[in-house]
Write a protein that binds this ligand. Structure first.
Ligand SMILES: NC(=O)c1ccc[n+]([C@@H]2O[C@H](COP(=O)([O-])OP(=O)(O)OC[C@H]3O[C@@H](n4cnc5c(N)ncnc54)[C@H](OP(=O)(O)O)[C@@H]3O)[C@@H](O)[C@H]2O)c1
Length: 257
């Protein structure tokens, strides 16, 4: 029999509504970040998307639902200025990453390229958290983004694996240090975004087909899948200090790329 106290608990279940909340997505103009921005907007939030260059509405009519702020995560003073402009907020999610200008065998990699990637992704995430966190309202969250390589290294990608692992470690540290702000990381698997546009079309199609055939989800990831996970992390009041893998089961099968 359902007791009154249980009934009360059930009616107080966390809601996915974001009405009245302000969400800032660093990297929110494209790909995964745009998926998060759209999910937050659909749930009722005011959404700010921040990245290096603001786009005009003529250029990008799909961004009209969002406020845009210019922010280069590699430049701490620019990050600080951007968060002064943004003001108080409820949820900050950092999906941006610099281009992986350099990759290849550890012994061949140019340290300047490695340094630029590690500084951009790791210290850029750090700087956004450092200058965003003091502006997060009670009940708010901070969410980082990595990828499966954080725990499944691939030949030639030591910089990415190391950087993602460092971001995940930072996420746990900040869940303790910034509590009660809740801090989590999303670790996506293959998500079909323009990040893959560096591949020739036929290679990209073949990769997507392999994903559809081998991943337990039997389909490629969509940016909406990450948006959904981000909403869960923003709205569930008991989730902090965790890494949530959203990968269609990529972790269970041999690498496809
Ligand atoms: N797609 C996947 O399959 C996948 C899987 C696992 C992990 N990931 C990770 O998720 C990240 C995002 O993926 P995505 O598919 O959304 O890629 P994306 O569409 O290329 O997005 C990257 C975003 O980062 C922003 N950005 C780049 N450098 C920046 C900087 N210095 N300061 C501020 N913003 C900057 C870009 O905007 P501006 O150019 O306007 O600055 C862009 O909006 C990837 O880099 C990767 O680390 C992706």
């Amino acid at each position: 029999m359902f007791q009154a106290s249980e009934q009360q608990a059930a009616t107080k279940a966390p809601s996915l509504s974001m009405t009245g909340r302000k969400v800032v997505v660093v990297g929110g103009k494209t790909g995964i970040g745009l998926g998060v921005a759209r999910a937050a907007h659909a749930a009722g939030a005011t959404v700010v998307v921040a990245s290096r260059r603001a786009a005009s509405i003529e250029e990008r009519p799909d961004l009209q639902d969002f406020l845009q702020v210019e922010l280069d995560m590699r430049d701490e003073s620019a990050v600080e200025t951007a968060f002064q402009t943004i003001g108080s907020l409820d949820h900050l999610i950092i999906t941006a990453a610099p281009d992986l200008g350099t990759w290849g065998a550890f012994m061949d990699a140019d340290m300047r390229g490695v340094r630029s990637y590690v500084e951009g992704k790791f210290l850029g995430t750090w700087a956004c958290a450092r200058h965003g966190a003091p502006r997060i309202n009670t009940g708010g969250t901070l969410t980082f983004l990595t990828g499966g390589m954080a725990v499944r290294p691939k030949l030639g990608f030591a910089a990415v694996t190391s950087t993602f692992a460092a971001v995940e470690a930072l996420s746990g540290s900040l869940a303790l240090e910034l509590a009660p702000i809740r801090v989590n990381t999303i670790r996506p698997g293959f998500i079909d975004t323009d990040m893959w546009s560096f591949l020739p079309l036929e290679h990209r199609d073949a990769l997507r087909k392999k994903v559809e055939e081998t991943f337990p989800s039997r389909r490629a990831g969509k940016t909406e899948d990450i948006g959904h996970a981000a909403l869960f992390l923003m709205t569930n009041p008991y989730v902090t200090g965790t890494v949530i893998e959203v990968s269609g089961g990529e972790n269970l099968v041999p690498s496809v790329s």
